[in-house]
Write a new protein. Structure first.
Lengths: 112, 116
């Protein structure tokens, strides 16, 4: 079974631009969450999607938005990028009701 | 908001030694998880704990869910070089979490270095 795959692995954006990150969940997993991990820190919860709807959100501004598609894959969109948005963005999936999320390898975003 | 305090922040040990790290919270969780993260990778689940007082093993790893539901610890016995990495605890409220049902709250990590 394939795990969680994220794309791209790395990208560099300029302050003020917009970015879209993509995630394919593990087979059979219908719940997808996104996390931001700053250097030297633990991951911070951005939001979770279930049945194509946002189902929980952390302390992130509205310029962080997402989508989940019928095949359970997901996108994270960040508008008006700021320098502090530079981080590793992790996608995690799980079957509904199971806490043991499977994480992807992440997308390293650098904002210059 | 909830915060997890994980300690120690880093450990330098000799191969073969046992390791212990812990995590405390200002509020309760209904699930405790331990993850390991290698450089350039996402966290990998090591152990999940679902019940206060639960003690669970996974090979050389043993973790416990504190009876107050506000703490957890992880032990690694007979460490080997491949144990090197960053270990994170994470708590989840689960069904009592309302709209934050799936949210995992992570500690800041323990960096483990194992000298051969």
């Amino acid at each position: 079974e394939t795990g969680v795959t994220q794309s791209p692995t790395h990208l560099i954006k300029t302050r003020g631009q917009q970015v879209t990150l993509r995630c394919s969940s593990q087979s059979g997993h219908n719940t997808v969450s996104w996390y931001q991990q700053a250097l030297g820190q633990g991951p911070q919860f951005i939001f979770q999607y279930y049945r194509e709807e946002e189902n929980g959100r952390g302390n992130f501004p509205p310029r962080f938005s997402g989508l989940q598609f019928p095949n359970y894959s997901s996108e994270l969109n960040v508008n008006a990028l700021e320098l502090d948005d530079s981080a590793l963005y992790l996608c995690a999936s799980s079957p509904r009701g199971f806490a043991g999320y499977t994480f992807g390898s992440g997308t390293r975003l650098t904002v210059v | 908001g909830q915060q997890l305090n994980q300690s120690p922040q880093s450990m330098f040990i000799q191969e073969g030694e046992d390791v212990s790290m812990n995590c405390t919270s200002s509020s309760i969780f209904n699930t405790w998880l331990w993850y390991k993260q290698d450089p350039g990778e996402g966290p990998v689940l090591l152990i999940a704990l679902y019940k206060a007082g639960e003690l669970t093993s996974n090979g050389r790893l043993t973790a416990q869910f504190g009876i107050t539901r506000k703490d957890s610890f992880l032990n690694i016995s007979a460490s080997i070089p491949s144990d090197v990495g960053i270990y994170f605890c994470a708590g989840q409220l689960g069904r009592t979490g309302g709209t934050s049902y799936g949210k995992l709250t992570f500690g800041q990590g323990t960096i483990l270095t194992v000298h051969p």
